[in-house]
Design a protein around this ligand. Structure first.
Ligand code: HEM
Length: 592
């Protein structure tokens, strides 16, 4: 079977739209020349045909620009400040962003323009809007106040499709409502505070850490948390744990028993799945950064394809089992065929997948939903737990204070309850402060549907005009680090800012300045689950260990922070002891 690659598809469509205006123009001219008997030389016809498309594109860009200016003026608004790059189509800006995403500090590409042009800026790449905002009021408009006028958008959905399909993360409109309403009942309070499952997996984590500790070896905590959340998520969501914690753990780089940089050392199914899934996410994330020209980097084939074969094989089994289980249950009850009952009720022993198969038996929809929830629920908590331990290891006083709270509220060995977790104010502050500095979805995007107007960050200036169908990126990470929103020490790790007078000064009056879980109708469905899972794991860790240290030598050299970052004195980047990277979610390059 011949499959058209994303690149060939792009060229065919692009070629058609390139040729079309030229052909129309040439036919029209030759018709005029024949009917009026005015001879036009063939060379002239060919030249006119060749230049017709660029001329047409120029006129289109110019008229839409002119319309935007007129419309902005009519509404008493102005255009978003636009970056004036050094090369045609702002290609130098695109190059800078790409270079930064490969080797730079997350967000530095956009941050440099924000510093120069203000907290909302149009990077205007290849004559198209590429807006980035770090303003709470704009993010509030997109996520909550004016929710119906913003969607993820067709470009985003297309870029993500080969990995995410049409799941809740990657759909808009009625399709999103369908997915959201199907999934939401599952995340009720009762269900997400069932701690038996976390406890079983946390116990293995502690045991593995003790073993390594006895051997005097550092442990890759990111890898370990990836396994903990994979086992917890597969059991909680699908009822079949993949037992990745039973697999062989990687060794530190400086103890070359096993070369660390092969981050998929064993051939186990769970590890192959996790590796392939991460690679696929990296690819779709770079598509987002490249913008509409990304298919040109996939001329020879869809880069996600091989990875998705591994992922699909893993998910297909889980989905098949669940559909079969439902069929057998229906047969027992005398129901013939797979009836789609729109049943919102979730019974106590039901997994998410059991719940979903009540709505549909379509493997494509089920696969999409499963993968969406895996991205949503697994990488996010694993990466946040990793970042929490990073801060605890580099801030021994915070470690000691948090451990005191754990011992005081839960004791040294008892299993924590939901009520314990709710009472532990310092633990919540540590988690929130970690999510402030490393929000696991640091960059996100929406697309406007109708034109609208946003308030100007500078009250002395006119409001900003947002045209229809404009791609609007927002970075909660950069927003969470703004000194005007969080104080002069915004880049420092200090959980007390969520407990002392700073809370009333900064966050309470401006709650949209802190958005690790998003807000509005698309707010994270698993927020409470995540707080519970992370709190549980941290409590178990602190019950078991009296201190932790970051072993920088365990890190493979090419994944250490760039030494030049240290020159940025007083900034997070200058303080960094690991290399944060972003695919769809933030993670530690090479483990931690
Ligand atoms: C620290 C942990 C987590 C963080 C920081 C986080 C953050 C987020 C963010 C920022 C979004 C919005 C994405 C967007 O609009 O594009 C989101 C959506 C979502 N999250 Fe989470 N999440 C976490 C854990 C979880 C967990 C554990 C689950 C489920 C088990 C989950 C399920 C979801 C779902 C289903 C959505 C899609 C909501 C929608 O589009 O309607 N998340 N999350």
């Amino acid at each position: 079977m011949t499959v058209i690659t994303p690149g060939i598809d792009f060229l065919l469509r692009g070629g058609f739209s390139y040729i079309f205006p030229s052909v129309v123009f040439a036919i029209a001219l030759s018709h005029i020349s024949h009917s009026n008997n005015i001879p036009i030389p063939t060379v002239a016809l060919v030249l006119i045909g060749l230049f017709a498309t660029p001329a047409y594109a120029f006129v289109r860009v110019y008229t839409s620009e002119w319309k935007a200016r007129c419309e902005a003026r009519r509404l008493g608004a102005r255009l978003i400040p636009r970056v004036k790059g050094a090369s045609v189509g702002n290609l130098d800006v695109l190059r800078k962003l790409m270079r930064n995403s490969e080797n730079g500090y997350p967000g530095d590409g956009s941050a440099s323009f924000i510093k120069e042009y203000g907290p909302i800026v149009d990077l205007h790449i290849l004559w198209d809007y590429a807006v980035v905002t770090v303003c709470p009021e704009h993010i509030k408009a997109m996520l909550a106040k004016d929710f119906n006028n913003f969607e993820k958008g067709k470009d985003f959905r297309t870029n993500m499709n080969s990995v995410l399909g049409t799941g809740v993360f990657n759909s808009d409109g009625d399709m999103w409502k369908f997915h959201r309403s199907m999934t939401r009942p599952f995340f009720s309070r009762d269900r997400i505070s069932h701690f038996d499952l976390f406890d079983r997996h946390a116990e293995i984590v502690i045991q593995k850490m003790r073993e390594r500790s006895r051997q005097g070896l550092a442990i890759d905590f990111q890898d370990l948390m990836g396994r903990f959340t994979l086992d917890s998520a597969t059991e909680f969501l699908f009822g079949s744990c993949v037992h990745s914690l039973n697999g062989r753990l990687p060794y530190p780089y400086d103890k070359q028993l096993l070369h660390y940089s092969d981050s998929h050392p064993s051939e186990e199914v769970a590890e192959k799945f996790a590796h392939a899934f991460l690679e696929a996410q990296r690819i779709i994330s770079s598509r987002e950064q490249l913008g509409w020209v990304w298919p040109l980097t996939e001329i020879w084939g869809d880069k996600t394809k091989e990875h998705m074969k591994v992922v699909d094989a893993f998910v297909a089994l889980i989905v098949k089992d669940a559909v079969e289980k439902k069929r057998l249950a229906d047969e027992e009850k005398g129901i013939i065929g797979v009836a789609n009952q729109q049943n919102d009720e979730v019974t106590d022993d039901e997994t998410l997948l059991d719940h979903l198969v009540k709505f549909t038996s379509d493997p494509v929809v089920l696969r999409g939903e499963v993968l969406n929830i895996m991205i949503a629920g697994r990488d996010t908590t694993a990466a946040t737990l990793t970042a929490i331990l990073y801060f605890l290891s580099t801030h021994p006083a915070v470690f000691a204070r948090l451990r005191n709270e754990v011992i005081e509220k839960v004791g040294t060995s008892r299993r924590p309850t939901f009520e314990n977790i709710r009472e532990m104010k310092f633990l919540r502050a540590v988690i929130n402060e970690t999510l402030r500095l490393y929000p696991i979805v640091p960059f996100n995007v929406r697309t406007s549907i109708q034109p609208t107007v946003w308030t100007s960050p500078d009250p002395n200036e006119k409001p900003l005009y947002i045209p229809a169908k404009t791609k609007l990126s927002y970075s909660v990470m950069l927003m969470h680090r703004r000194k005007d929103l969080w104080g002069q020490d915004a880049e420092e790790f200090d959980p007390d800012r969520f407990l002392d007078a700073r809370l009333n000064k900064y966050l309470i009056p401006n709650s949209f300045a802190f958005l690790p879980f998003n807000a509005g109708p698309r707010i994270c469905l698993g927020q409470q689950f995540a707080y519970n899972e992370m709190s549980f794991m941290v409590i178990r860790l602190l019950q078991a260990f009296g201190s932790s240290t970051l072993d920088e030598d365990a890190q493979p050299p090419h994944t250490k922070p760039n030494p030049a970052w240290k020159n940025d004195v007083g900034t997070r980047k200058g303080m960094e002891k690991f290399f944060p990277k972003v695919s769809l979610t933030l993670y530690a390059h090479g483990g931690l």
